[in-house]
Design a protein around this ligand. Structure first.
Ligand SMILES: NC(=O)c1ccc[n+]([C@@H]2O[C@H](COP(=O)([O-])OP(=O)(O)OC[C@H]3O[C@@H](n4cnc5c(N)ncnc54)[C@H](OP(=O)(O)O)[C@@H]3O)[C@@H](O)[C@H]2O)c1
Length: 256
């Protein structure tokens, strides 16, 4: 088992990509901590994992709130005594529309949920990881392809890429690897929301690009890349932005 007894926090762990990651990590022996705002999905998945004789807890958390993030880490340490892996996966698409119609509060909220959250979660796990000189942080960003009318979300995600690279350098001496991925276009609720927002709100461009990029994939596929990055097989990979649209990156998952 590739993650035997490793303690992994997965934000946005109740559905979509986070759910796929939790199931993949569970199969590889990890102890899972699921975080999301809604209690229902993470409770249900934690129960499902425990029914499969995996260790799992659910901690309702808004990752844009520092106190709630600190509580998430406290609960993790209380339950499992340490933390080895952080998957900064939770995200929200934010406002759709042109910048001149975007309110300051919508802009700030999009940055807080998608970018500041990674700062808060990383900061909270670092004392434990630095203390043991070991850790893996995997951040879920998105494509660098331009997506007009999704600017707050895309800017926050671009910030995540640089955040991961900066952090990887700061933490190199502590044997903590930080990497950031684009998971590709996945058939999840977020994708459904973007599609149902309609071409009027988002422009036909986006839909044409989605078609060009091929059919929507199951989140189980990019979850394999996250599993690879969380495993010791990826110890030599640090500060990289890996796109699951890239064939060479896809081939990495066969190394797990
Ligand atoms: N789907 C795609 O095609 C695609 C493409 C590129 C990148 N991504 C990225 O992949 C990641 C996973 O997305 P997905 O498609 O799986 O989306 P999803 O199905 O909508 O899941 C998002 C998860 O994030 C949680 N979440 C949202 N806001 C939160 C907050 N403030 N605090 C804590 N949890 C929060 C949600 O739970 P609650 O609502 O209960 O909080 C949910 O568990 C995201 O970072 C997304 O930006 C997705």
């Amino acid at each position: 088992m590739k993650l035997k007894d490793k303690v992994a926090i997965i934000t946005g762990g109740g559905r979509g990509l986070g759910r796929s990651v939790a199931l993949a990590f569970g199969r590889q022996g990890a102890k899972i901590v699921l975080a999301a705002r809604g209690k229902g999905e993470i409770d249900q998945l934690a129960e499902q994992l425990r029914a499969l004789r995996k260790d799992a807890i659910a901690v309702p958390t808004d990752i844009s709130d520092e106190d709630q993030v600190n509580h998430l880490i406290e609960r993790t340490l209380e339950a499992y005594g340490t933390v080895d892996i952080l998957v900064n996966n939770a995200g929200a698409r934010g406002p759709i529309g042109p910048i001149h119609n975007t309110s300051l509060s919508d802009w700030e909220r999009a940055l807080r949920v998608n970018l500041t959250s990674a700062f808060l979660c990383s900061k909270a796990v670092l004392p434990t990881m630095m203390g043991k000189k070991e850790g893996k942080i995997i951040i879920v960003a998105t494509t660098m392809t331009l997506r007009p009318n999704l600017t707050p979300y895309m800017v926050a995600k671009a910030g995540l890429i640089h955040f991961a690279k900066q952090l990887s350098r700061e933490l190199k001496e502590y044997n903590i690897q930080v990497n950031v991925i684009h998971p590709g276009v996945m058939d999840t609720r977020m994708q459904e929301e973007i599609r149902t927002a309609g071409t009027q709100a988002i422009g036909t461009d986006m839909f044409e690009r989605l078609k060009e990029e091929g059919i929507l994939q199951s989140p189980d596929e990019p979850a394999k890349l996250i599993l690879f990055l969380a495993s010791t097989a990826a110890d030599g990979i640090n500060g990289e932005y890996l796109s699951f649209d890239d064939k060479a990156v896809k081939s990495l998952i066969f190394q797990t």
